[in-house]
Every structure is written in structure tokens, then in C-alpha cells.
Design a protein around this ligand. Structure first.
Ligand code: AMP
Length: 356
């Protein structure tokens, strides 16, 4: 597979490389970054979703598709080859494309890791191998002995999650969701029960640079989740009578700067996660990845998820985050950081080491 992709890359005109992505998630970020670094930018848009990419002027070229899955069609891949395109995957690739095996267009990053992390148990394994602190997970409903968060498979943006503190409460709430048709029996086969950490969410976005051989902290954000973040606006008395449970549908993100004394621990965790990634899928992480955490009142950082690609929270870091500014001395954000790495890769003749 990789040989076929490298064959494609070999035929590319390196003076005319373009950067392409699907029009959603963090496409504004990626395409603007491409342009800031002097690349041609290509947006693969679903019909009638081109408005924002046109309005913001980030796409030099638009390829129209009926469905994001059409990216796998020969017609679209051929267009991308002709544009000497390198694809930048984001969350919508996981949600709409799933497996990359029929995608013969060079992708910046490690596609094996990207596929691997879509399974929650794999993420848990990865974090465990890295030896970072994690919320505890429970193998069966009967084991529930504290407040837990119940998660269902697939990228649902936190929809249908619920909290429970006993097996009885779990069953009652699960029955209720089943009745409402929000989940089905099959979802229970892969239900994930995890200790609920009372604290604040902090999401760290890193970049592993092949060129500089280091893990960089690019930005930090938190999510704005409905209605977990809105529930506090309703007085407690009314909350109880309404019987509302928090849900975690992501609506947006806020930028964060972390208390400086905590940063060391975070970088250490990211470096361990990077080290382990080499054992999971050689050569390990390439480019953006994100660690999702909850930090409790003692300052303990519990990591509960990994994304092996750009996350939408990095959109808060445009045109720069304090961290990427300090590191680069200029405006730097994830989309631009990716394009910069590709540019340096071309210059130093190591582009193929970034395409897996
Ligand atoms: P996830 O789909 O795993 O990203 O979770 C969605 C949201 O649920 C997160 O953004 C957090 O707000 C919350 N969450 C997930 N896991 C935990 C946990 N173990 N403790 C506390 N909150 C959590």
C-alpha cells in the first residue's frame, strides 16, 4: 500500500504541491495554513457546502462531491493526483471515510494510527502503554461503584452519554434512552464505562515534527458542550424537577493557557505517547495529535482520549496561540504548522518520511 502511495508521490511535481482536505471540521484552518505557507489549497466540498470556503477565500480550487465518501472514487483521486495534492485528514475523515485502504492519495501523517485510534479500546491501550494517569474503566455494569460516564461507540460528539453511580441507575437510564430511540441494543455490546472525573476539561494539541525531531505544544483549548455547559444556567431546584442529564454535544471551543507549573507533566505525557506510537505503528506519530484530559482540584491530570490527527479545538489557535508564538516567534497555528512541515520536508528532501 505505502509503495503505491510513494509511487504517486514520486510522480508529483514538488514545485507545484497543493494541500487538500474535506470541506468541514478544521478545513478553514488547514487551507488558510496552506496558503500562508505559499501552497495552492484545494477543498473537497459537498455540493452546496462551498459557501464558507468561498466567502473566506481559503480555497484556490474546489472539487465538488455528492458525499465525502466520493473521495475514494477514482475520478476524485485522479483530480487530486493531477493537482500534486497532499491530503490533510481531520475528524470528518474518520466519520465519513472510515478506512483509508482505497485512498491512494498521499496523506500527511500516519494513517495506520489514525484508523487505530478510532476504536476506544485502542486509545485506552495506547494511553496505558504510555503510563499516563487515566480515569478507571469498568468491564461490566455490576462493577459500577462510583460516579461513571457511559459512552457509546462511534463519533457521536458526546450524544447519548449519561452519568450513573450504581448499576441500578445505569439500567434505569439505559432503558430510558432505549425507549426514546437514542440508542439501540447493539450499542450496548461496545458500551464504554469510565470513572467520571470531577474537574475541568483541557485539550492539548501537539505536533510531532520529523524535521526538528520533537514534540511541540501548539495550542490548548476546552470544549463548549451542550448541555453540560448550559445546565448550570438553570437553577438547581428546576433542574431536579426537569430531570435533565448532562449531554456532551460539542458546539464550539475556547482557547486556554494552562497554569505554567502543570505544563511539564503535560509535555512528559505527550512525549511518552509519542514514544509508544512507534511501537504501535512504525514510525509513530507524524504531525498533529491531541490529548484530552480532565484536571481535578488537586491538579491531577487524567487523560481520557487521544486523537492521532488535527482536532477542531486547534481552530481557537488561529493565527497563533501563546505557546506556538513563543516557540516560533511568529504567528503559528496547526494548519500553518502542517504546511510549514511539508515545506521543510520538500526543502530537505524528506517529504516521503511524512507520508504513511
Ligand atoms: P469523549 O467523547 O470521550 O470526548 O467525551 C465527551 C465529553 O464528556 C468530554 O469532552 C468531557 O466533557 C466529558 N468526559 C468524557 N470522559 C470523562 C471523564 N472520564 N470524566 C469527566 N468527564 C468526561
Amino acid at each position: 500500500m505505502r509503495e503505491r502511495i510513494l509511487e504517486v508521490l514520486e510522480k508529483y511535481d514538488l514545485d507545484k504541491i497543493s494541500i487538500a482536505t474535506l470541506g468541514s471540521h478544521s478545513a478553514l484552518n488547514i487551507l488558510k495554513g496552506a496558503k500562508d505557507e505559499g501552497f495552492k489549497s484545494v477543498c473537497i466540498c459537498r455540493n452546496e457546502e462551498d459557501k464558507i470556503y468561498k466567502l473566506f477565500g481559503v480555497a484556490d480550487e474546489i472539487i465538488y462531491v455528492n458525499d465525502f465518501k466520493d473521495l475514494l472514487k477514482e475520478r476524485v483521486q485522479e483530480k487530486l493526483w493531477n493537482l500534486n495534492a497532499i491530503l490533510i485528514p481531520h475528524g470528518s475523515f474518520n466519520a465519513y471515510i472510515g478506512r483509508f485502504e482505497r485512498l491512494i492519495v498521499p496523506i500527511f501523517g500516519n494513517r495506520i494510527l489514525m484508523e487505530w485510534e478510532t476504536v476506544r479500546e485502542n486509545q485506552e491501550k495506547w494511553l496505558r502503554m504510555a503510563g499516563v494517569k487515566m480515569p478507571e474503566s469498568f468491564n461490566s455494569v455490576e462493577e459500577i461503584d462510583r460516579l461513571v460516564i457511559v459512552k457509546f461507540p462511534g463519533a457521536r460528539g458526546g450524544k447519548g452519554y449519561f452519568l450513573a453511580s450504581t448499576p441500578e441507575e445505569f439500567r434505569r437510564k439505559a432503558d430510558d434512552l432505549l425507549k426514546k430511540g437514542l440508542i439501540d441494543e447493539k450499542d450496548f455490546e461496545n458500551v464504554f464505562i469510565q470513572e467520571y472525573v470531577a474537574g475541568v476539561n483541557v485539550y492539548f494539541s501537539f505536533f510531532y515534527s520529523k524535521v526538528f525531531n520533537r514534540v511541540e505544544l501548539i495550542s490548548i483549548d476546552r470544549r463548549y458542550e451542550s448541555n453540560a455547559d448550559g445546565i448550570g444556567r438553570i437553577p438547581a431546584k428546576i433542574q431536579t424537577s426537569l430531570d435533565i442529564s448532562p449531554s456532551y454535544t460539542v458546539v464550539g471551543n475556547f482557547p486556554i493557557v494552562l497554569r505554567e507549573s502543570m505544563l511539564n507533566k503535560v509535555i512528559e505525557a505527550a512525549e511518552k505517547v509519542y514514544e509508544v506510537s512507534k511501537d504501535i505503528a512504525y514510525p509513530g506519530m507524524v504531525g498533529p495529535f491531541c490529548l484530552e484530559s480532565v484536571i481535578d482540584e488537586k491538579g491531577e491530570i487524567y487523560f481520557f482520549e487521544i486523537s492521532a490527527r488535527i482536532v477542531a479545538g486547534t481552530n481557537t489557535g488561529i493565527p497563533t496561540s501563546p505557546y506556538s508564538y513563543i516557540l516560533f516567534g511568529e504567528n503559528m497555528y496547526m494548519g500553518r504548522r502542517i504546511a510549514r512541515e511539508i515545506k521543510l520536508g520538500i526543502k530537505k528532501g524528506v517529504l516521503e518520511d511524512m507520508i504513511y
